[in-house]
Design a protein around this ligand. Structure first.
Ligand code: HXC
Length: 513
């Protein structure tokens, strides 16, 4: 047995070095970690249990039989993050550029199938030249097998993609189907076709980074949910993200300890909203005051007139959706609507309560928005809130105008607790626009139109720019002192832990895509 164990040990040792010392060196020189170094940082120490280390590719094309590496360019297995299990695969760029072979795809699919049966999240670490060219359709089929499982697992278990190198061609569609994509500045990129093909087809000169680097996808396309300066920061952030998520759609996110004794009115909250309703303020200042610890923001540089992210309030993991009055006055445009809708649907799929902080002047007007489909995209956010059955709480901080009032988790779309600050203004539109429409004739015929306009404006503000009419009708459950917002949110979240709500039975809904 001793000999056999020695041999086993030797085989396993050799597998740990992937494509060999030179390739590992080259990987480090690019500022990248190896597949296994990444696992060490991401997972709890000593928790990784590898499977399929002995798998080899089966191809004899183009002399591939001479390039055989144990594990075949992807490390798969199970580990723990803060004591909770995850399934994980890590593509090894040192083995044939991390390219996906049929065997390699089978390993990933085996892992995903296991993760779905067990009910645990899958984290994919992507660093690959794409389909292994020498394997042709076998490799393409392997990708399709993964896409299918990504789709079937969607909404069953959380799926996180960490893009740490190239991710090109059709390969991008696996991360794209998953719930979150994190990228690293300068070393990771994603595109359907690279700069050379772009040059041939559209005659554009564009670098790898401009076309599909982390910053491009974080700010222009919205493909990346979060980006980081280096891999270590990214991997630590992925650990943090996991702390807000449940294991699967039947599970609830873990609560953390919160000492209710420490809960006191937060007087500073009274001072954030300016007296002038047209003055901006930073909604993040409100968020920071009502959450327990750090805010884990998603899509922080995309559609930033809306803020979304995870936090804890009174120990409960929540998804926060908040208008940002300091960017475009917090208006809802296409990017903000799509970003919000995706986030709301993720939270709803995985039992994460939603807390909405509202200050929105409406949907963005203009030909650009109309022609690009603000109707279709705005409907996504509306649909997502309507469909969501998780605990849903809204606090109207200031403006709640027009269709945006309905959309932002109003009572009418099954908001559970709808609260308002005394500064709330709930109306069909802002005072000036409204008065110019309904008193058009009266103002134009007046002896002094300016004076009449001011008179009518004051009248409108007095009548509509407050939360009390909505509260009289029960559309707002309570008008609260801003200082007690956190206290009210915690008591609502506590109460809603046993909430049950359902949608009608159907094959699936037809969200406006
Ligand atoms: C086989 C590959 C490979 C691939 C890289 N390698 N990509 N082997 N299939 N797809 C190998 C290289 O031959 C090389 O082997 C090693 O990996 C490292 O690659 P380098 O080119 O030396 O590295 P680098 O300079 O960093 O460039 C990385 C790269 C480049 C930009 C990713 O390798 C590249 O352009 N690869 C092809 C990308 C691509 O077009 N893939 C197909 C996408 S289409 P040696 O032995 O020399 O070290 C696709 C379809 C999916 O994926 C469809 C799903 C529906």
């Amino acid at each position: 047995m001793e000999d056999k164990l020695k041999k086993l040990n030797e085989i396993k040792q050799s597998a740990l070095f992937g494509g060999g010392a030179d390739k590992i060196d080259a990987q480090h020189k690019k500022g990248k970690l190896t597949a296994r170094e990444r696992l060490d940082l991401l997972l709890d120490e000593g928790s990784f249990e590898e499977i399929d280390m002995f798998v080899k590719h089966q191809s004899h094309n183009y002399g591939l039989q001479n390039t055989v590496t144990l594990g075949d360019g992807v490390v798969t297995g199970f580990g723990k993050i803060e004591g909770r299990p995850v399934a994980i695969f890590s593509q090894d760029f040192t083995v044939l550029g991390g390219s996906l072979s049929a065997s390699n795809a089978k390993k990933i699919c085996k892992l995903m199938n296991m993760a779905m049966k067990i009910g645990i999240p899958v984290i994919g670490l992507n660093d690959s030249g794409g389909a292994r060219i020498q394997e042709g359709v076998d490799s393409l089929g392997g990708y399709a097998d993964i896409f299918l499982l990504n789709t079937l697992a969607s909404g069953v278990i959380p799926q996180i993609s960490l893009v740490l190198g190239p991710c090109a061609g059709g390969a991008v569609y696996s991360p794209a189907i998953t719930d979150f994509i994190f990228m690293v500045k300068n070393t990771s990129y994603m595109f359907v076709t690279g700069p050379n093909v772009v040059k041939t087809v559209t005659h554009e000169d564009v670098s790898f980074d401009e076309l599909g680097g982390a910053e491009t996808h974080a700010s222009k396309s919205g493909v990346a949910h979060s980006i980081f300066d280096n891999e270590v920061e990214l991997l630590l952030a992925a650990r943090k993200l996991m702390s807000f998520l449940p294991m699967n759609y039947l599970d609830k996110p873990a609560t953390s300890n919160f000492d209710l004794e420490t809960l006191k009115p937060i007087i500073k909250l009274r001072e954030i909203v300016p007296n002038d309703p047209n003055k901006p303020y930073d909604m993040r200042n409100i968020i920071e005051l009502i959450i327990d610890e750090d805010f884990f923001e998603i899509h922080s540089s995309y559609g930033d007139n809306l803020i979304v992210g995870f936090a804890r309030i009174g120990g409960h993991a929540v998804g926060i959706v908040a208008n940002q009055p300091s960017v475009l006055a917090g208006v809802l445009d296409i990017n903000a609507s799509v970003k919000g809708a995706r986030f709301v649907r993720f939270c709803d799929a995985f039992n994460i309560p939603l807390v909405v902080l509202e200050d929105v002047p409406g949907f963005m007007p203009g030909t650009d928005q109309e022609w690009n489909g603000i109707i279709r995209h705005g409907a996504k956010l509306l649909f997502a809130f309507c469909e969501a059955t998780v605990p849903k709480i809204t606090v109207i901080i200031r403006k709640a105008y027009g269709g945006a009032y309905d959309v932002m988790n109003s009572k009418h779309v099954r908001g559970d607790f709808n609260l308002a600050w005394p500064s709330a203004e709930i109306a069909v539109m802002g005072p000036k626009g409204a008065v110019e429409i309904i008193f058009k004739k009266e103002i134009s015929l007046a002896e002094d139109p300016e004076k009449k306009l001011t008179e009518k404006l004051n009248e409108y503000v007095e009548k509509f720019a407050n939360p009390y009419i909505a509260a009289e009708k029960g559309f707002i459950d309570d008008v609260i002192d801003p200082a007690v917002t956190k206290i009210k949110l915690i008591s609502a979240l506590n109460l809603l832990t046993t909430k049950v709500d359902k949608n009608p039975k159907k094959k699936h809904s037809n969200i406006p895509l």
